[in-house]
Design a protein around this ligand. Structure first.
Ligand SMILES: Cc1cc2nc3c(=O)[nH]c(=O)nc-3n(C[C@H](O)[C@H](O)[C@H](O)COP(=O)(O)OP(=O)(O)OC[C@H]3O[C@@H](n4cnc5c(N)ncnc54)[C@H](O)[C@@H]3O)c2cc1C
Length: 462
């Protein structure tokens, strides 16, 4: 090993060693001597519910294990913590995979300025995406607001050549334990949640080895992905979302592992949705919490006490509408929800309960292990008709029809709604099925109400 000053790699959404260009670059710069850092940043952790925090802690522990216990975990404001470690170990540069989220960008600007004040550098290499947000542009250099043309352009430039793992001598330093992650999370529980349950869901296997195992399964499943991805009761999707979220797997590694054929091709397209939403959020950071399209800003939503109670019924999976309840209980029990179930339950909150999509997005953010600001907020906006490529507001998902199409045997409903465990399809699809709880709303009445509010909102436009 050389006598060069060591380099620091600051791990954030890239909690792996393989296919890690920032780590490879740091190893080159430090002559193989690398200090690995993870910062427990309370501001980013506070909105994470207990399951995601526990999963992150498990992932960080795994990362530490793979580097022989040399990961340096420190707590505090990265703008203070990162320069302090650089000073301590005499590192001229800190290497990161670039973060493109609104908060992450602001944080990195502050860290870069603090390092620069001491003559050191924050060096960004790669990102959690195959193509970094901001890169895919239309013919006039304009960002895309619609998925299909984005996908066409992205597909042309999406490279899938993974980077080798470098030889590294890990240099340690004092630090604390990953337990701090759990201790400092869940501190910003929205008041709207009231007495909603807060227990963590059982954790799926975390860390890079688990991600590789999950990838092998996903590659197998990808063959039938196109046919099975919407089947609610089947394991037809990749289940890679939490690994992609924490970077135990890079999406480039996934692309590289996928073979040819329509199934893998459909999965590739789905991965591009994640990149599309990150791109949209990059260009429109305010769209994290505001309507991307202002046309429905005037839509009347309910906010009174009864509306809050309806929200909590929804979150507990107690609306009396079987498919919605199965979806919401899957979220409570597993910290994950099938994509089709996310669409149906989100649509129900917006269009049958007349609630603000942000309330639903907050609950998803709290409970989902794979919560990702761009995918979640834009998934919600898509459903609410306020986002990209908007599913028109007047197209209202019927939870009964969705159950008929995507849970034809009723197996998904029966798995999660214990009260209906012995009720066969088609009976189990219906609100109020076989003595099941009385539905909180009448689907037809509220569908018409949604359309009336939609018309009024459009009419109010200047
Ligand atoms: C209201 C709503 C909220 C959502 N919130 C999130 C979220 O917080 N985090 C999240 O990762 N995904 C979110 N999604 C997208 C999607 O539901 C999940 O990515 C998917 O269910 C994860 O399961 P999987 O890994 O088995 O997916 P697969 O179907 O196997 O897809 C593979 C990967 O492609 C990406 N992907 C697939 N579909 C989408 C999509 N529609 N938008 C963006 N990326 C996609 C994900 O990274 C996923 O892991 C949301 C969708 C909706 C409708």
């Amino acid at each position: 090993m050389s006598s060069l000053a060591p380099a620091i790699v600051w791990f954030r959404r890239d909690l792996r060693l393989r296919d890690h260009p920032a780590l490879a670059a740091a190893a080159r710069a430090g002559g193989g001597r690398v200090v690995a850092l993870f910062v427990v940043d309370e501001r980013l952790l506070a909105p994470a519910g207990p399951t995601r925090a526990a999963y992150l802690a498990a992932t960080v522990r795994e990362l530490d294990r793979t580097m022989g216990g040399r990961l340096v975990v420190r707590v505090g404001d990265p703008a203070a913590v990162v320069p302090a470690l650089a000073r301590e170990v005499g590192a001229p540069a800190v290497w990161v995979s670039e973060d493109f989220g609104p908060q992450g960008r602001r944080r990195d600007e502050r860290v870069a300025a603090a390092l620069a004040a001491e003559g050191r550098e924050l060096r960004s290499v790669d990102s959690p995406y195959v193509v970094a947000p901001g890169v895919v542009r239309g013919p006039q250099g304009n960002p895309y607001r619609v998925f299909t043309p984005f996908f066409r352009a992205w597909d042309e430039i999406a490279l899938d050549i993974p980077v080798d793992v470098p030889d590294v001598e890990w240099i340690g330093a004092d630090g604390t334990s990953a337990d701090e992650i759990v201790a400092r999370s869940s501190r910003r529980r929205p008041e709207i949640f009231g007495d909603l349950p807060d227990g963590p869901a059982p954790l799926a296997p975390a860390g890079e080895a688990a991600a590789r195992a999950a990838l092998a399964v996903a590659v197998e499943r990808a063959r039938d992905y196109e046919d099975r991805r919407d089947a609610l009761a089947e394991e037809g999707t990749s289940r890679l979302s939490a690994h992609l979220r924490f970077g135990t797997l890079h999406p480039r590694t996934v692309l590289a592992a996928l073979g040819p054929g329509p199934g893998p091709r459909a999965l590739r397209r789905q991965l591009a949705w994640r990149e599309f939403y990150a791109d949209v959020l990059f260009h429109h950071p305010a769209s994290a919490w505001r309507n991307l399209q202002p046309t429905l800003d005037g839509l009347e939503v309910d906010r009174d006490g009864a509306a809050r109670e309806r929200f909590r019924c929804w979150a507990r999976g107690e609306t009396g509408v079987p498919l919605v309840d199965a979806a919401m209980r899957q979220l409570l029990e597993e910290g994950w929800m099938h994509n089709r179930a996310r669409m149906v339950s989100a649509s129900f909150l917006v269009k049958h309960l007349h609630l603000d999509w942000r309330w639903g997005a907050r609950w998803f953010a709290w409970r989902l292990v794979d919560f990702d600001l761009a995918s979640n907020q834009h998934g919600w906006q898509w459903t609410a008709g306020t986002g990209t490529d908007a599913a028109p507001f007047h197209r209202v998902f019927s939870p009964v029809r969705q159950a008929e199409r995507f849970d034809p045997e009723g197996a998904f409903i029966r798995r999660y709604v214990g009260e209906l465990a012995t009720v066969e399809a088609p009976e189990c699809w219906s609100p109020g099925a076989a003595g099941y709880r009385h539905p909180v709303v009448d689907l037809d009445v509220e569908r018409r109400e949604a359309l009336a509010r939609f018309a009024a909102a459009r009419g109010r436009r200047p």
